[in-house]
Design a protein around this ligand. Structure first.
Ligand SMILES: NC(=O)C1=CN([C@@H]2O[C@H](COP(=O)(O)OP(=O)(O)OC[C@H]3O[C@@H](n4cnc5c(N)ncnc54)[C@H](OP(=O)(O)O)[C@@H]3O)[C@@H](O)[C@H]2O)C=CC1
Ligand SMILES: O=C(CO)COP(=O)(O)O
Length: 380
Protein backbone atom coordinates (compact mmCIF):
# COMPACT_ATOMS: atom_id res chain seq x y z
CA UNK A 1 0.00 0.00 0.00
CA UNK A 2 1.27 3.45 -0.87
CA UNK A 3 2.57 5.46 2.11
CA UNK A 4 1.09 8.93 2.27
CA UNK A 5 2.90 12.04 3.44
CA UNK A 6 1.39 14.53 5.82
CA UNK A 7 2.09 18.21 5.52
CA UNK A 8 3.44 20.08 8.52
CA UNK A 9 4.99 16.97 10.05
CA UNK A 10 8.46 17.92 11.29
CA UNK A 11 9.79 14.34 11.25
CA UNK A 12 12.58 14.35 8.66
CA UNK A 13 11.74 12.58 5.40
CA UNK A 14 14.92 10.48 5.54
CA UNK A 15 13.29 8.31 8.19
CA UNK A 16 12.71 4.72 7.09
CA UNK A 17 9.44 3.43 8.54
CA UNK A 18 9.15 -0.19 9.60
CA UNK A 19 7.88 -2.40 6.79
CA UNK A 20 6.61 -5.32 8.86
CA UNK A 21 5.01 -5.18 12.31
CA UNK A 22 3.55 -7.63 14.79
CA UNK A 23 0.93 -6.56 17.31
CA UNK A 24 0.72 -9.00 20.20
CA UNK A 25 -2.69 -8.95 21.87
CA UNK A 26 -5.96 -8.66 19.95
CA UNK A 27 -7.99 -6.80 22.57
CA UNK A 28 -9.39 -3.32 22.02
CA UNK A 29 -6.11 -1.41 22.04
CA UNK A 30 -4.04 -4.01 20.18
CA UNK A 31 -6.65 -4.10 17.42
CA UNK A 32 -6.80 -0.29 17.19
CA UNK A 33 -3.00 -0.05 16.96
CA UNK A 34 -2.83 -2.83 14.37
CA UNK A 35 -5.47 -0.98 12.32
CA UNK A 36 -3.37 2.17 12.60
CA UNK A 37 -0.26 0.39 11.32
CA UNK A 38 -2.24 -1.13 8.47
CA UNK A 39 -3.69 2.25 7.51
CA UNK A 40 -0.16 3.66 7.51
CA UNK A 41 0.83 1.02 4.98
CA UNK A 42 2.79 -1.26 7.31
CA UNK A 43 2.45 -4.99 6.65
CA UNK A 44 0.88 -6.01 9.98
CA UNK A 45 0.12 -9.29 11.75
CA UNK A 46 -2.16 -9.09 14.78
CA UNK A 47 -1.77 -12.00 17.20
CA UNK A 48 -4.63 -13.08 19.45
CA UNK A 49 -5.21 -16.28 21.36
CA UNK A 50 -8.94 -16.36 20.70
CA UNK A 51 -9.61 -18.19 17.45
CA UNK A 52 -13.06 -16.64 17.00
CA UNK A 53 -11.64 -13.10 17.20
CA UNK A 54 -8.87 -13.98 14.73
CA UNK A 55 -11.35 -15.52 12.28
CA UNK A 56 -13.69 -12.53 12.46
CA UNK A 57 -10.85 -10.12 11.68
CA UNK A 58 -9.67 -12.23 8.75
CA UNK A 59 -13.06 -12.93 7.25
CA UNK A 60 -15.13 -9.83 8.10
CA UNK A 61 -12.48 -7.21 9.07
CA UNK A 62 -14.05 -6.66 12.48
CA UNK A 63 -13.06 -7.58 16.04
CA UNK A 64 -16.47 -8.80 17.11
CA UNK A 65 -15.53 -9.16 20.77
CA UNK A 66 -13.52 -6.03 21.57
CA UNK A 67 -14.44 -3.45 18.90
CA UNK A 68 -17.79 -4.61 17.49
CA UNK A 69 -19.18 -2.66 14.52
CA UNK A 70 -15.91 -0.85 13.82
CA UNK A 71 -14.60 -1.66 10.34
CA UNK A 72 -10.91 -2.55 10.24
CA UNK A 73 -8.64 -2.21 7.20
CA UNK A 74 -9.00 -5.23 4.93
CA UNK A 75 -5.20 -5.42 4.70
CA UNK A 76 -4.96 -6.30 8.41
CA UNK A 77 -4.14 -9.98 8.96
CA UNK A 78 -4.75 -11.73 12.29
CA UNK A 79 -3.31 -15.01 13.48
CA UNK A 80 -3.33 -17.19 16.57
CA UNK A 81 0.13 -18.50 15.69
CA UNK A 82 2.78 -16.45 17.48
CA UNK A 83 5.58 -17.73 15.24
CA UNK A 84 3.67 -16.61 12.19
CA UNK A 85 2.93 -13.20 13.75
CA UNK A 86 6.58 -12.54 14.56
CA UNK A 87 8.10 -13.90 11.37
CA UNK A 88 10.09 -11.13 9.71
CA UNK A 89 8.74 -8.46 12.07
CA UNK A 90 11.00 -5.44 12.47
CA UNK A 91 8.89 -4.13 15.34
CA UNK A 92 6.42 -5.66 17.79
CA UNK A 93 3.91 -3.88 20.01
CA UNK A 94 2.91 -5.87 23.11
CA UNK A 95 -0.64 -4.90 24.01
CA UNK A 96 -1.92 -7.10 26.84
CA UNK A 97 -2.91 -6.12 30.39
CA UNK A 98 0.00 -5.25 32.67
CA UNK A 99 -0.37 -8.39 34.78
CA UNK A 100 0.07 -10.56 31.65
CA UNK A 101 2.95 -8.63 30.17
CA UNK A 102 5.83 -10.67 31.57
CA UNK A 103 4.42 -14.02 30.47
CA UNK A 104 3.61 -12.76 26.99
CA UNK A 105 7.01 -11.02 26.65
CA UNK A 106 8.64 -14.33 27.57
CA UNK A 107 6.74 -16.10 24.78
CA UNK A 108 7.72 -13.36 22.34
CA UNK A 109 11.37 -13.60 23.41
CA UNK A 110 11.48 -17.25 22.41
CA UNK A 111 10.53 -16.41 18.79
CA UNK A 112 11.49 -12.78 18.19
CA UNK A 113 13.72 -12.11 15.18
CA UNK A 114 17.15 -10.76 16.14
CA UNK A 115 17.17 -6.99 16.22
CA UNK A 116 13.38 -6.67 16.42
CA UNK A 117 12.31 -3.48 18.20
CA UNK A 118 9.68 -3.84 20.95
CA UNK A 119 7.24 -1.28 22.33
CA UNK A 120 4.99 -2.06 25.28
CA UNK A 121 1.54 -0.52 25.30
CA UNK A 122 0.25 -1.78 28.66
CA UNK A 123 -0.10 0.87 31.37
CA UNK A 124 1.03 -0.20 34.80
CA UNK A 125 3.66 -1.30 37.26
CA UNK A 126 4.36 -4.97 37.93
CA UNK A 127 2.93 -5.91 41.31
CA UNK A 128 5.62 -8.35 42.38
CA UNK A 129 8.66 -6.30 41.36
CA UNK A 130 7.63 -2.65 41.16
CA UNK A 131 9.06 -2.54 37.64
CA UNK A 132 7.62 -0.44 34.84
CA UNK A 133 6.36 -2.35 31.82
CA UNK A 134 9.38 -1.62 29.62
CA UNK A 135 11.66 -2.76 32.45
CA UNK A 136 9.73 -6.02 32.66
CA UNK A 137 10.03 -6.42 28.89
CA UNK A 138 13.76 -5.76 29.09
CA UNK A 139 14.18 -8.54 31.65
CA UNK A 140 12.44 -10.96 29.29
CA UNK A 141 13.57 -9.71 25.89
CA UNK A 142 17.13 -8.71 26.69
CA UNK A 143 19.38 -6.55 24.65
CA UNK A 144 17.22 -4.90 22.02
CA UNK A 145 15.48 -1.53 21.60
CA UNK A 146 12.57 -1.46 24.06
CA UNK A 147 10.20 1.46 24.50
CA UNK A 148 6.51 2.26 24.81
CA UNK A 149 3.55 3.92 23.15
CA UNK A 150 1.28 5.87 25.50
CA UNK A 151 -1.16 8.76 25.47
CA UNK A 152 -4.81 9.82 25.59
CA UNK A 153 -6.23 7.17 23.31
CA UNK A 154 -9.54 5.43 23.72
CA UNK A 155 -9.22 2.38 21.47
CA UNK A 156 -12.60 2.69 19.77
CA UNK A 157 -12.00 6.32 18.79
CA UNK A 158 -8.56 5.49 17.38
CA UNK A 159 -10.01 2.56 15.44
CA UNK A 160 -12.75 4.82 14.06
CA UNK A 161 -10.09 7.22 12.79
CA UNK A 162 -10.81 10.09 15.17
CA UNK A 163 -7.84 12.48 15.31
CA UNK A 164 -5.60 11.02 18.02
CA UNK A 165 -2.12 11.81 19.32
CA UNK A 166 0.22 9.62 21.38
CA UNK A 167 3.82 9.54 22.50
CA UNK A 168 6.39 7.00 21.36
CA UNK A 169 9.17 6.82 23.95
CA UNK A 170 12.51 5.03 23.78
CA UNK A 171 15.73 5.83 25.59
CA UNK A 172 18.03 7.58 23.10
CA UNK A 173 21.54 6.13 23.12
CA UNK A 174 24.62 7.74 21.62
CA UNK A 175 23.89 6.41 18.12
CA UNK A 176 20.31 7.68 18.27
CA UNK A 177 21.53 11.15 19.19
CA UNK A 178 24.00 11.16 16.31
CA UNK A 179 21.40 9.91 13.87
CA UNK A 180 17.91 10.46 15.28
CA UNK A 181 16.24 9.61 11.96
CA UNK A 182 17.22 5.98 12.46
CA UNK A 183 16.20 5.82 16.14
CA UNK A 184 13.46 3.32 17.02
CA UNK A 185 11.28 6.10 18.45
CA UNK A 186 11.31 8.12 15.24
CA UNK A 187 10.90 5.09 13.00
CA UNK A 188 7.98 3.76 15.04
CA UNK A 189 6.34 7.20 15.24
CA UNK A 190 6.45 7.48 11.45
CA UNK A 191 5.22 3.91 11.02
CA UNK A 192 2.10 4.73 13.06
CA UNK A 193 1.42 8.05 11.38
CA UNK A 194 -1.78 8.37 9.35
CA UNK A 195 -3.98 11.29 8.49
CA UNK A 196 -5.69 10.85 11.88
CA UNK A 197 -2.98 9.34 14.13
CA UNK A 198 -0.18 11.68 15.13
CA UNK A 199 2.79 10.35 17.10
CA UNK A 200 5.20 12.46 19.14
CA UNK A 201 8.67 11.24 20.08
CA UNK A 202 10.23 11.23 23.55
CA UNK A 203 13.40 9.89 25.13
CA UNK A 204 11.87 9.96 28.63
CA UNK A 205 10.60 6.40 28.88
CA UNK A 206 10.23 6.52 32.66
CA UNK A 207 8.27 9.78 32.63
CA UNK A 208 5.93 8.50 29.92
CA UNK A 209 5.32 5.16 31.62
CA UNK A 210 4.64 6.67 35.03
CA UNK A 211 1.95 8.87 33.48
CA UNK A 212 0.13 5.83 32.11
CA UNK A 213 0.36 3.88 35.37
CA UNK A 214 -0.76 6.66 37.74
CA UNK A 215 -3.58 8.20 35.69
CA UNK A 216 -5.70 5.06 35.94
CA UNK A 217 -5.64 5.17 39.74
CA UNK A 218 -6.59 8.85 39.78
CA UNK A 219 -9.42 8.10 37.31
CA UNK A 220 -10.86 5.61 39.78
CA UNK A 221 -10.80 8.32 42.44
CA UNK A 222 -12.59 10.75 40.07
CA UNK A 223 -15.16 8.10 39.27
CA UNK A 224 -15.76 7.36 42.95
CA UNK A 225 -16.44 10.99 43.79
CA UNK A 226 -18.61 11.45 40.69
CA UNK A 227 -20.58 8.35 41.63
CA UNK A 228 -21.00 9.72 45.13
CA UNK A 229 -22.72 12.77 43.66
CA UNK A 230 -19.98 15.38 43.47
CA UNK A 231 -19.20 17.37 40.35
CA UNK A 232 -16.65 19.52 38.59
CA UNK A 233 -14.84 21.21 41.52
CA UNK A 234 -14.05 17.85 43.04
CA UNK A 235 -12.94 16.32 39.76
CA UNK A 236 -10.69 19.28 38.91
CA UNK A 237 -9.10 19.06 42.35
CA UNK A 238 -8.43 15.33 41.96
CA UNK A 239 -7.01 15.74 38.45
CA UNK A 240 -4.71 18.58 39.49
CA UNK A 241 -3.51 17.03 42.72
CA UNK A 242 -3.29 13.67 40.94
CA UNK A 243 -0.98 15.30 38.44
CA UNK A 244 1.17 16.44 41.35
CA UNK A 245 1.40 12.83 42.57
CA UNK A 246 2.32 11.67 39.07
CA UNK A 247 5.01 14.35 38.79
CA UNK A 248 6.51 13.52 42.19
CA UNK A 249 6.80 9.81 41.39
CA UNK A 250 8.13 10.40 37.87
CA UNK A 251 10.79 12.86 39.03
CA UNK A 252 11.91 10.59 41.85
CA UNK A 253 12.45 7.82 39.30
CA UNK A 254 14.43 10.10 36.99
CA UNK A 255 11.60 11.12 34.66
CA UNK A 256 11.17 14.72 33.56
CA UNK A 257 8.60 17.23 34.77
CA UNK A 258 7.83 18.38 31.19
CA UNK A 259 6.90 14.83 30.23
CA UNK A 260 4.18 14.84 32.86
CA UNK A 261 2.67 17.94 31.21
CA UNK A 262 2.53 16.12 27.85
CA UNK A 263 0.20 13.63 26.18
CA UNK A 264 1.14 10.67 28.37
CA UNK A 265 0.68 12.70 31.56
CA UNK A 266 -1.92 15.45 31.78
CA UNK A 267 -3.25 14.40 28.36
CA UNK A 268 -4.13 10.88 29.40
CA UNK A 269 -5.09 11.92 32.93
CA UNK A 270 -7.64 14.45 31.69
CA UNK A 271 -9.06 12.01 29.11
CA UNK A 272 -9.42 9.16 31.55
CA UNK A 273 -10.85 11.30 34.34
CA UNK A 274 -13.47 12.91 32.11
CA UNK A 275 -15.54 10.08 30.73
CA UNK A 276 -17.01 6.75 31.65
CA UNK A 277 -15.70 5.47 28.33
CA UNK A 278 -12.74 4.89 30.64
CA UNK A 279 -13.06 1.57 32.41
CA UNK A 280 -11.18 3.02 35.38
CA UNK A 281 -13.51 6.02 35.71
CA UNK A 282 -16.48 3.71 35.16
CA UNK A 283 -15.39 1.32 37.92
CA UNK A 284 -14.92 4.22 40.34
CA UNK A 285 -18.32 5.64 39.48
CA UNK A 286 -20.10 2.34 40.09
CA UNK A 287 -18.33 1.90 43.43
CA UNK A 288 -19.14 5.52 44.34
CA UNK A 289 -22.80 4.77 43.65
CA UNK A 290 -22.60 1.97 46.17
CA UNK A 291 -22.34 -1.07 43.92
CA UNK A 292 -20.39 -4.05 45.22
CA UNK A 293 -17.23 -4.77 43.21
CA UNK A 294 -18.55 -8.03 41.83
CA UNK A 295 -21.71 -6.33 40.54
CA UNK A 296 -19.74 -3.71 38.58
CA UNK A 297 -19.83 -3.98 34.75
CA UNK A 298 -22.81 -6.31 35.30
CA UNK A 299 -20.38 -8.95 36.51
CA UNK A 300 -18.40 -9.05 33.20
CA UNK A 301 -14.60 -9.36 33.46
CA UNK A 302 -13.17 -6.01 32.34
CA UNK A 303 -9.54 -4.87 32.38
CA UNK A 304 -9.28 -2.07 34.97
CA UNK A 305 -5.58 -1.35 35.27
CA UNK A 306 -5.95 1.19 38.09
CA UNK A 307 -7.39 -1.46 40.35
CA UNK A 308 -4.30 -3.67 40.55
CA UNK A 309 -2.05 -0.68 40.05
CA UNK A 310 -3.45 1.21 43.04
CA UNK A 311 -1.42 -1.28 45.04
CA UNK A 312 1.68 -1.44 42.85
CA UNK A 313 1.90 2.35 42.43
CA UNK A 314 1.62 2.97 46.17
CA UNK A 315 3.99 0.12 47.03
CA UNK A 316 6.58 1.76 44.80
CA UNK A 317 5.84 5.25 46.17
CA UNK A 318 6.15 4.04 49.77
CA UNK A 319 9.47 2.38 48.95
CA UNK A 320 10.74 5.65 47.45
CA UNK A 321 9.26 7.88 50.16
CA UNK A 322 6.93 9.71 47.74
CA UNK A 323 3.65 10.94 49.18
CA UNK A 324 0.65 9.98 46.96
CA UNK A 325 -2.44 10.56 49.11
CA UNK A 326 -5.07 10.16 46.37
CA UNK A 327 -3.57 6.87 45.18
CA UNK A 328 -3.32 5.75 48.82
CA UNK A 329 -7.02 6.53 49.30
CA UNK A 330 -7.98 4.45 46.26
CA UNK A 331 -5.81 1.61 47.50
CA UNK A 332 -7.32 1.76 50.98
CA UNK A 333 -10.84 1.50 49.54
CA UNK A 334 -10.12 -1.18 46.94
CA UNK A 335 -7.68 -3.36 48.82
CA UNK A 336 -7.70 -2.59 52.52
CA UNK A 337 -11.44 -2.52 53.25
CA UNK A 338 -11.68 1.22 53.95
CA UNK A 339 -15.11 2.83 53.77
CA UNK A 340 -15.30 5.04 50.68
CA UNK A 341 -16.88 8.03 52.43
CA UNK A 342 -14.55 7.94 55.42
CA UNK A 343 -11.48 7.51 53.22
CA UNK A 344 -12.34 10.54 51.02
CA UNK A 345 -13.31 12.68 54.04
CA UNK A 346 -9.93 11.82 55.56
CA UNK A 347 -8.23 12.73 52.27
CA UNK A 348 -9.84 16.17 52.33
CA UNK A 349 -9.03 16.71 56.01
CA UNK A 350 -5.30 16.00 55.79
CA UNK A 351 -2.99 18.66 57.19
CA UNK A 352 -2.91 21.62 54.80
CA UNK A 353 0.09 21.79 52.49
CA UNK A 354 1.86 24.07 50.06
CA UNK A 355 1.49 23.95 46.31
CA UNK A 356 3.81 23.10 44.63
CA UNK A 357 5.58 20.58 46.83
CA UNK A 358 8.87 21.56 48.34
CA UNK A 359 7.91 24.54 50.48
CA UNK A 360 8.33 23.40 54.05
CA UNK A 361 4.86 24.19 55.40
CA UNK A 362 2.22 21.85 56.74
CA UNK A 363 -0.42 22.81 59.21
CA UNK A 364 -3.28 21.02 60.88
CA UNK A 365 -6.68 21.04 59.26
CA UNK A 366 -9.12 22.92 61.52
CA UNK A 367 -12.14 20.63 60.95
CA UNK A 368 -13.37 18.74 64.00
CA UNK A 369 -13.82 14.97 64.01
CA UNK A 370 -17.57 15.60 63.93
CA UNK A 371 -17.29 17.79 60.81
CA UNK A 372 -15.14 15.19 59.07
CA UNK A 373 -17.64 12.46 59.98
CA UNK A 374 -20.41 14.59 58.49
CA UNK A 375 -18.51 14.91 55.21
CA UNK A 376 -17.91 11.15 55.21
CA UNK A 377 -21.69 10.67 55.56
CA UNK A 378 -22.34 12.95 52.59
CA UNK A 379 -19.88 11.06 50.40
CA UNK A 380 -21.22 7.60 51.24
N1 LIG B 1 -8.50 0.15 25.52
C1 LIG B 1 -7.90 1.33 25.45
O1 LIG B 1 -8.52 2.32 25.10
C2 LIG B 1 -6.44 1.43 25.80
C3 LIG B 1 -5.78 0.45 26.51
N2 LIG B 1 -4.48 0.61 26.85
C4 LIG B 1 -3.77 -0.39 27.63
O2 LIG B 1 -3.59 -1.56 26.82
C5 LIG B 1 -3.54 -2.71 27.67
C6 LIG B 1 -4.52 -3.73 27.11
O3 LIG B 1 -5.80 -3.16 27.23
P1 LIG B 1 -6.99 -3.47 26.23
O4 LIG B 1 -6.53 -3.85 24.89
O5 LIG B 1 -7.93 -2.35 26.33
O6 LIG B 1 -7.63 -4.74 26.96
P2 LIG B 1 -8.74 -5.72 26.43
O7 LIG B 1 -9.42 -6.28 27.60
O8 LIG B 1 -9.54 -5.06 25.37
O9 LIG B 1 -7.87 -6.88 25.72
C7 LIG B 1 -6.88 -7.58 26.41
C8 LIG B 1 -6.26 -8.52 25.41
O10 LIG B 1 -5.13 -9.14 26.01
C9 LIG B 1 -5.26 -10.55 25.83
N3 LIG B 1 -4.58 -11.24 26.91
C10 LIG B 1 -4.74 -11.07 28.23
N4 LIG B 1 -3.91 -11.89 28.91
C11 LIG B 1 -3.23 -12.59 27.98
C12 LIG B 1 -2.25 -13.60 28.06
N5 LIG B 1 -1.79 -14.04 29.22
N6 LIG B 1 -1.79 -14.11 26.92
C13 LIG B 1 -2.24 -13.68 25.73
N7 LIG B 1 -3.17 -12.72 25.59
C14 LIG B 1 -3.66 -12.19 26.72
C15 LIG B 1 -6.75 -10.80 25.82
O11 LIG B 1 -7.00 -12.05 25.24
P3 LIG B 1 -8.39 -12.83 25.52
O12 LIG B 1 -9.45 -12.03 24.81
O13 LIG B 1 -8.16 -14.16 24.91
O14 LIG B 1 -8.58 -12.84 27.00
C16 LIG B 1 -7.20 -9.63 24.97
O15 LIG B 1 -7.00 -9.89 23.61
C17 LIG B 1 -3.89 -2.23 29.09
O16 LIG B 1 -2.72 -2.08 29.84
C18 LIG B 1 -4.53 -0.86 28.86
O17 LIG B 1 -4.34 0.03 29.93
C19 LIG B 1 -3.77 1.71 26.47
C20 LIG B 1 -4.37 2.70 25.74
C21 LIG B 1 -5.75 2.64 25.35
O1 LIG C 1 -5.71 4.23 28.66
C1 LIG C 1 -6.76 4.52 28.17
C2 LIG C 1 -6.96 5.77 27.41
O2 LIG C 1 -5.76 6.42 27.16
C3 LIG C 1 -7.96 3.66 28.39
O3 LIG C 1 -8.48 3.93 29.63
P1 LIG C 1 -9.28 2.82 30.43
O4 LIG C 1 -8.34 1.63 30.58
O5 LIG C 1 -9.64 3.45 31.71
O6 LIG C 1 -10.48 2.45 29.60
Amino acid sequence: MKREHFSGDPIPTKVRPYQRAAVIGAGAWGTALAATFARAGVDTRLWGRDRAVVDAINTASVNTHYLPDIPLPCTLVATDDLTEALKGAEVALIVVPSRSLRGVARQVAAQAPAGMTVAVCAKGIEAETGLLMAQVAREELGDRAIGCVSGPTFAAETALGHPTAATVAFPFDYADRLNPQQSPAVRLALSLTTESFRAYVSDDLVGVEIGGAVKNVIAIACGMMTGAGFAENTRAALITRGLDEMKALAETLGGRRETVTGLSGIGDLSLTCSSTTSRNMALGQQLGQGLARKACFEGRPVVVEGEVNARSVTDLARRLGVSMPICETVRAILHDGADLGVAFADLWARPLEAEPRGMDVAFDHPASDQEIATLAERIS
